[in-house]
Design a protein around this ligand. Sequence first.
Ligand code: RUB
Length: 356
Amino acid sequence: MRRIDKLVREWKEEGLLLPIWMENDRICLANQHALPLNEETLTISEVSVLAEAIKDMTIRGSGAIAIAGAYGFLLEALQGGDKDSILRAGKILRQTRETAVNLLKTIDQLSDCVRDYQGTDLAGLVEEKVCDVLARQLRYEKQLGTYGAELIRDGDAILTHCHSGAIAGSGYGGRALSVIRKAHEQGKQIHVYVSETRPYLQGARITAYELGKFRIPHTLITDGMSGYLMRSGMIQKVVVGSDRVTACGDLINKIGTYMHALAAKANNVPFYTATSIHTIDFEIQSGMGVPVEYRDSEEVTHFGGIPIAAPGTKAVYPSFDVTPSCLISAIVTEQGVIAAPFGESLAAMKMTHTDH
Ligand code: RUB
């Protein structure tokens, strides 16, 4: 049995919520557009179709799209692709989304391996590297979840934004929900406030769905409600994921994150981001230097294809925002919880790690 098939089988047996997997040399992915009403699986056998699925957010979340990029390499390799065609596939996949750095780093790492390979079993090499990427991401989710859960107290109500969960990652809990899930598994009585996350509603559609599956008590709110709830003492912690963290600790995450961080600061509510070494961009200092993806304004004026604004209304959709490090209480990583000054702690973390 192939290593990838063995890994997928083990993970399914473990009960992980996989965003993407391989079956009979084709890619299967959980259609995130269809959730929560339908649990639908799409089958893909061409890299160009996979790239479209990443672009249109059929698969989304920084960890999951990195894994999707890796599977794209494997798909091309298993179809007999040579070095050139695999590298071409990598290029196509790299152009799909520009802000989440995991995807870019994963593709660059795999491209380097393919380019440098001198042996005769290219598909075997790609499979081995892809399995390493998958195993690493799952390991990090569980490790950072364990560290992050130490910050959560019995009785805490926790706000989370967007969906930083299992199918946005490798299947356990992504980033934010790994922390929350671990705290719940430890028996802490917690309650999660889920902000709906306009305009795509990843919070309402997917976070609430996953929390239901994990049997974690939760309440849905609209994005603008968090400040009032914090001021009313109803929220004790904020935990979000991270599409990119810069060398000085600025956080680039789903649009709306910054507003929650400001409200948290004003109300003395600790604000945490969960991340991993792979999501830290040591090349960039200020978060304002990170390219932010602007998506189609129709995603704001319409919902599920139905217009919700008067015809001709202009809209703008920056998909991410920047939370400056001064608003962040601590950064949860697979190596432990990092406190300010983040520049120094992140640089120290880089020194002890080769995989960044
Ligand atoms: C990425 C996304 C959110 C998460 C990041 O956006 O899911 O920003 O908070 O969390 P998109 P994680 O929905 O545009 O792909 O770190 O777990 O990916």
